[in-house]
Design a protein around this ligand. Structure first.
Ligand code: NAD
Ligand code: WQD
Length: 356
């Protein structure tokens, strides 16, 4: 299968590139390096011994995307490209809506013009909002988002779903569109080689890179955002998923969507439509449990202080991961000890991340 990964030089995209190449698929990557560098793709090639077709481009640039997509004509696009920092999205909503919405609209226009059939989209558990009680199933109602980043995910899901619906009726679409929405829970960890991992710019927003930087001595201590929640140790609980499990989920989703189209076409039926899958483990861990697990992996305690709650945090979030298991034949196999071991291996071998 030929795949094209937008945002493929980023954290999840680069790990997915490794998983795709290891599964025998071809990979092209389009990235503008807004939050990444080409070094991640050099590491992908080093790990797999295979080549990636790499394009530096803005996915919202239609002329350029038409050229790239015409040259590649991928069987499946995996759309990772986007801005993802929750706090920054509150400060810069216009930039977030412009980038995240425009990239998706551009891809849809190009796919329609070129007759490309299939797209897998990086969505987020953030669309569930705080009114649902975990574990979240895919048909739990989408909630009110607490920040512009979350709304962009919510809106992109809707745009892709509406396009798939319209394409099934023909009109100006050459073929019905197949859309897979993957709702990630909390992606963490790194490739087991220690050559690739998360490389946040500036002060990390997320728990695991923050813990890693404290453990390696780049930061003094972690602030735990609140210990007065209604949970066993008072800290929030999340569904932390190893990034390589997540990457393998993308391989299964892309293979599934292509296979399903082939089967429908063989039966003379219309292919296409939208499917949604949670990618999570189904098992929650608290902030303090993650701090302890990381301490075991790195061999010393990770310093922390208890601070105030962070605005917008939900107390509990974890997946019902049974649909992905039943339909895609995928489930996460790596636990928190492997997550912390691999995150530590990456952080201790690359204390300043890529290129530094
Ligand atoms: P990342 O920032 O590491 O990767 C995103 C990549 O997209 C970067 O390489 C960036 O340079 C690129 N990019 C951004 N705008 C672009 C544009 N206009 N044109 C070309 N490239 C562009 O983030 P990630 O953690 O790998 O996330 C990948 C996707 O998964 C994002 O859409 C994110 O919203 C989504 N997601 C991430 C998480 C998470 O916690 N990491 C959770 C749920 C969903
Ligand atoms: C996890 C837990 C914090 C940092 C975010 C986005 C979500 C999705 C994944 C993209 C929480 C606590 C954190 C710190 C802490 N991204 N924490 N001290 O908030 O579950 O999800 O990333 O789609 O949309 O909101 O992840 O890693 O920020 O926080 O105590 O310095 O760690 O309060 O309980 P979150 P996170």
């Amino acid at each position: 299968m030929k795949t094209l990964l937008t945002g493929g030089a980023g954290y999840i995209g680069s790990h997915t590139a490794v998983a795709m190449l290891n599964a025998g698929h071809e990979v092209a990557v389009v990235d503008n390096y807004a939050n990444s560098s080409a070094e991640a793709i050099a590491r992908v090639e080093k790990i797999t011994g295979k080549k990636v077709a790499l394009y530096e481009a803005d996915v919202a640039d239609k002329e350029r995307m038409m050229e790239i997509l015409k040259a590649e004509m991928p069987d499946c696009i995996i759309h990772f490209a986007g801005l993802k920092a929750v706090g920054e999205s509150v400060a810069k909503p216009v930039e977030y809506y412009r980038n995240n919405i425009d990239t998706t609209l551009t891809l849809l226009e190009c796919m329609r013009e070129l007759g490309l059939t299939s797209i897998v989209f990086s969505s987020s558990a953030t669309v569930y909002g705080e009114d649902n009680v975990p574990p979240f199933t895919e048909d739990a109602p989408k909630g009110m988002c607490t920040n512009p980043y979350g709304w962009t995910k919510w809106m992109q899901e809707q745009m892709l779903t509406d396009a798939a619906k319209a394409s099934a009726k023909g009109d100006d679409w050459k073929t019905p569109l197949s859309v897979v929405l993957l709702r990630y829970f909390n992606p963490v960890g790194a490739h087991e080689s220690g050559l690739m991992g998360e490389d946040p710019q500036g002060i990390p927003n997320n728990l695991m890179p923050y813990i890693s930087q404290v453990a390696v001595g780049r930061r003094d201590h972690l602030t735990v955002f609140g210990d007065d929640y209604d949970t066993p140790d008072g800290t929030c609980r999340r569904d932390y998923i190893h990034v390589m499990d997540l990457a393998e989920g993308h391989v299964k989703a892309a293979e599934y969507v292509i296979e399903k189209r082939k089967e429908a076409e063989a039966r003379g039926e219309a292919a296409g439509g939208t499917e949604v899958f949670n990618l999570g483990t189904g098992s929650p861990y608290s902030v303090l449990e993650m701090v302890e697990a990381f301490g075991r992996a790195c061999g010393h305690a990770v310093a922390y202080e208890i601070g105030a709650r962070r605005a917008g945090d939900v107390q509990d979030s974890w997946a019902d991961a049974s649909k992905a298991r039943a339909v895609l034949g995928w489930e996460a196999s790596r636990g928190i000890d492997e997550i912390c071991r691999d995150a530590w291996n990456w952080q201790s071998n690359n204390p300043q991340g890529y290129n530094k």
